[in-house]
Design a protein around this ligand. Sequence first.
Ligand code: NAI
Length: 277
Amino acid sequence: MEQLSGKVGVVTGAASGIGRAVATRFAAEGMQVVLADIEPDRLEEVVDEITATGARAIGVVTDVRHEEQIEALAAATVDAFGTVHVVHNNAGVVTSGPLEDLTTADWEWVLGVDLWSVIFGVKTFLPLIKQAGEGHIVNTASTAGLQANAGIGPYNVAKFGVVALTETLALELRGIDNINASVLCPGAINTRIVDSDRNRPAELAEHVETAIEERFKQGSGAILAKGKDPAEVADLVVDGIRSNRFWLLTHEAWNDVVLERARALAADGHLHNGFGG
Ligand code: NAI
């Protein structure tokens, strides 16, 4: 979809990090933007920042784990702007711990925010995009959707799921003119994802603190603090929509990881384990 100006875009997880940067960039491209997030105050701040530039934007407080809230988000979008063209299913959280210590609540929370939300987003918005006759769906996975990491099982499972879902979507869209899909697989980006617990719902609080978790938070915190600026991811997303590219990888180094994984899979059957593993 080359022409973004005048189109309507929806971004989830838009109050922070990648979502905020993408929503801001959509607005700068002349789009009307609907920002969805579970954090009302930060959402309002970001909407205010965007509308202060003269762009048209609204915020809709949404817990993306719930289908009826995604449906309400779609209804609010159509109410405000009449239609929808671009949807970026982006909200995400992470929790960590070895598989034997993870609680059912850990799995439910991460799969709810990171995978079910994308399933609901596609199911709810695709018919509306088809009505609009032109559009694009971007789903945020991760490099963890291309290769699993120890200690974040639910995140890996969710992100592999998002990759599979988006591949399915892109295949099903073949033959339909002007509607396409991309999967975003970021490497390290400087955001607040390591502080995901801030949005963990009380009913899914059951969690076992482990040494792995401490190491994960410190290690990832340090890596992400040196990660790319979310604005660079927004550039990639806009470029991916314009040029209709399916795979959106933010870090070139991951091309080699993916190739090595495929080589190991086809050649020697050994599990390839991340960078240099
Ligand atoms: P972030 O924490 O800065 O932003 C995530 C946003 O999602 C926050 O505004 C948060 O309030 C919102 N959110 C959390 N739970 C929600 C819920 N139930 N309903 C609605 N909104 C909710 O983190 P970041 O990094 O910007 O995350 C965006 C996406 O990028 C996620 O899907 C994440 O998994 C993915 N990602 C991030 C990477 C990184 O290095 N930062 C790397 C790979 C993927």
